[in-house]
Every structure is written in structure tokens, then in C-alpha cells.
Design a protein around this ligand. Structure first.
Ligand SMILES: [Ca+2]
Length: 321
């Protein structure tokens, strides 16, 4: 039986590849794509999600959601993905439009009614937080929620402390992380270094000569240049696709552990930091009031620390051919 996924995305170039992977995977049924403001303004993200679905001959419903974070001003990452989020490839406009239902209503309906639903979030957590605020019991309906976000090793890509998705809407992230949903957090660190698509990998992907392969490289060309400037790495960073690889084959994650996690919402210096209690200091009486005033610590979150780079790329390549 196919696994059922709901994917929430701020669709830009790496989201598009992650969507493509899920839509082309034979054992997965993507029941809904919900779009949130993040990498690009909401309506651009909707267009990018529809363009990607069309490339995959998929009729998956696409829903537009929150155009702003819960409390903060919107922040975009066009400098990284290009003004259209897709490396300015001038893709023709999609033939389909988004559904008329709001993404938050679609999330509530899907989580309530689709058995064994799994959720994958590839953007800021605004849509999911709004759904949980309206219906907290949804947390128990989700078999598992995979979150691309956070910087458990404290190497951020917006600030030294924070990864983009969590930084954009930290209040939403805190709501989701404290909701009791079964969560696996796949941080930004995994997509770095050897996990980038290196020039040799890019040549290999081009050699597949499929629309999916060319799309993957073309729409990420701005991201490759931005990555070189930001981190000095030569290659395409693919945070959302690395997360999707772990969703599609959880054994690709080779080291994971469970910890209490809090999201920083008060400080400007560390806004959106994913504070992971790796040594479980909360369990020590001496630390409890210091770490968590009031003694409330929330549920444990599974953190993925390491993954198998060869197997991540092998899975990607299989889905691009
Ligand atoms: Ca994303």
C-alpha cells in the first residue's frame, strides 16, 4: 500500500526537486501540496509548485496558505534561488490553478481524514501551526512529521544560530515543536559539503538527459552560485531533497536520537535557534528551573545527525531517470 504524504512547501528550486522526488516515487501517494510564504512570496511559490507537478504529470491538488509569518514581517530568499525562486528559467505558466480551499483548511481536512498520513514540511511552519492552533488534536492524527529545518549543530544559514525556515517564523515553529506530534527534524547541516551535487554529480545528472534531470540542474543554477558565495562550496545544496530522501528511505539517516527542543523566539541574536538538549540537562534537578522555567519541557523530537551521502544521491538519481 502506498504511503500517504502531505507536503507543505515554500516552493523554490530545492523544494521543486523534493516535490519531484515524491511525485515520481512509486510507493508514495502525495495527497496534497500546501504552499506557504518563505523562499518566495506565496503566489510565486504556488506557481512553482504547480509547474513542478505539471512536469511530473501529476494532478495533485495544490493549496495556497499563509502569506505572512504569524507575527513577523515576511522574509524571502530570492537572493539564493533567483527572483522567481527557480533560477529565472522562464518556465511557462502552469495550466492549472491552485484549489480554492485555503491550505490551512486543507491540512485540517487531510490530517483528520486520511489514515496514517505523514507530513513533510519544506518551508516555514506557519501553515501547520495555524492548523494546530485551530485543532490541537491533529497532532495525534499524524503518523510522523518530517521537518526540514533547524540547525542542531548551531551553524545557521541566516544567522550563525538559525536556519532559514525556523528563523522566518519562530513562533510557528515553537507551536509545532511543542504540539506533541511525532517529529523528525532534518537540519540544514546535512545538505552541506559532500552532500552537495558536485560538478561530477551534475555532469552525471545531465547525462540522464531526462526533463527531470535537466530541470533539477537548471532551476538550481542561481542556488549553486549563491552557495559558492555564502559557504565557498562548489556545488548545488539541496536541503529539501536530502530531507525527502530520508522520508522516502528512513534508513538513509544513519544517526538519530531523541531530545527536547525549544525554539528561540525572544532574542534577536539567536532568533529561530533550535535549542537541542543533547545532554538531557532537563532531567537534572539542578538545571530544570534554569533551562525551562516552570518545569515545562515539551515532547522529545527526533534529530537526524548524519546520513549516507552515497545512498542519498543514488536515490535522487534513480528518481531523475
Ligand atoms: Ca523550502
Amino acid at each position: 500500500m502506498s504511503r500517504k504524504l502531505l507536503i507543505d512547501t515554500d516552493t523554490a528550486s530545492d523544494d521543486a526537486v523534493a516535490l519531484l522526488m515524491a511525485l515520481r516515487h512509486p510507493d508514495v501517494d502525495v495527497v496534497a501540496i500546501t504552499v506557504v510564504s518563505g523562499n518566495v512570496p506565496l503566489q510565486q511559490g504556488v506557481i512553482n509548485a504547480l509547474v513542478t507537478a505539471e512536469l511530473c504529470d501529476s494532478e495533485v491538488p495544490v493549496y495556497a496558505g499563509a502569506g505572512n509569518p504569524l507575527l513577523r514581517e515576511p522574509a524571502y530568499a530570492e537572493w539564493f534561488h533567483g527572483p522567481d525562486g527557480m533560477g529565472d528559467q522562464n518556465y511557462p505558466p502552469p495550466k492549472r490553478a491552485a484549489e480554492s480551499t485555503h491550505a490551512v483548511d486543507a491540512i485540517i481536512d487531510t490530517l483528520d481524514n486520511v489514515a496514517d498520513i505523514e507530513v513533510v514540511t519544506l518551508g516555514p511552519l506557519t501553515n501547520l501551526a495555524l492548523a494546530l492552533k485551530l485543532k490541537p488534536s491533529l497532532a495525534e492524527k499524524v503518523k510522523k512529521c518530517y521537518i526540514m529545518g533547524g540547525a542542531p549543530c548551531t551553524i545557521g544559514n541566516v544567522t550563525p544560530a538559525a536556519e532559514f525556515n525556523i528563523w522566518v517564523d519562530p513562533e510557528a515553529a515553537q507551536i509545532v515543536f511543542q504540539s506533541g506530534m511525532t517529529i523528525e527534524m532534518v537540519g540544514w547541516h546535512l545538505c552541506r559539503g559532500e552532500a552537495n551535487l558536485r560538478p561530477d554529480d551534475i555532469d552525471l545528472v545531465r547525462s540522464f538527459d531526462t526533463p527531470y534531470a535537466h530541470f533539477t540542474i537548471d532551476c538550481n543554477h542561481t542556488a549553486m552560485e549563491a552557495n559558492r558565495i555564502q559557504s565557498g562550496e562548489i556545488g548545488i545544496p539541496l536541503p529539501d531533497p536530502t530531507t525527502m530522501a530520508i522520508v522516502l528511505d528512513p534508513s538513509i539517516c544513519t544517526e538519530r536520537s531523541n531530545h527536547h527542543v525549544q525554539i528561540e523566539t525572544q532574542s534577536e541574536l539567536t532568533r529561530g535557534m533550535t535549542v537541542v538538549d543533547q545532554l538531557n540537562v532537563f532531567d537534572d534537578e539542578r538545571n530544570r528551573d534554569v533551562w525551562s522555567p516552570g518545569g515545562v519541557n515539551g515532547p522529545e523530537i527526533t534529530i537526524c545527525w548524519k546520513f549516507d551521502v552515497k545512498r542519498w544521491k543514488a536515490l535522487l538519481y534513480r528518481l531523475l531517470q
